[in-house]
Design a protein around this ligand. Sequence first.
Ligand code: SAH
Length: 235
Amino acid sequence: MKIAIMGAMPEEIAPILEKLKDYKTTNYAGNKYYEATYNGIELVIAYSKIGKVFSALTASTMIEHFGAEKLLFSGVAGAVSPKLKVGDLIVATKLAQHDLDITAFGHPFGFVPEGSVFVEANKALIEMSKQVAKEMGKSVVEGIIATGDQFVANEERKNWIGSTFEADALEMEGGSVAVVCDALGVDFFILRAISDAADMDASFSFDEFLETSAIESAEFVMKMVDKIVLSLNKN
Ligand code: SAH
């Protein structure tokens, strides 16, 4: 079994690399990919750089070039739901691209022909995350994540994304990674820890909480890996 763990920024995968210590680094397609053996399974880890294009490239590379069979994303996000506070964890049930717009042709936001507005994440991995949350004594919210090539620091835009997609959180990579994994038939799981509220103060909040929220998310994702290893050993 080979599992991909990806983030968008160095801070999002640093806690994972720190935990592994020993890994092989490969330069490929303008990025660094880190490979390691962990508890008898193989891991490939990378940060993509920010946004939908880079994250789609990295997810595709991890699957097609490195042979990843499952993909776990760890990172930070802006909260849309007022229930989500800085440091809280959200697991995506489904994801949409909030900046995809051919509504001039009568299509809904986030839709292109032969695509779909939402891509659903793997249900078994979401179930597994509930157990992990319980064992860690953490609460993890399940919700809809909206993705776009914009850092949202604007109440109006945030509320529009919330009402149009019923989104609970927003970020810049999950929706594109979801499209790639869905097309290539790879189970995926998108976890985000809240770094800001996507409002006027978002950039300050982001800078302040990026590191601590990224650690929250990375720790949880590594526990997910442990759980996957356990379930493989049982079968
Ligand atoms: N500080 C960075 C830019 C960060 S962009 C720099 O100057 O280089 C924000 C990143 O965190 C993206 O990867 C995105 O997925 C996530 N994110 C967190 N809060 C967000 C918000 N309010 N809007 C959009 N993306 C957000």
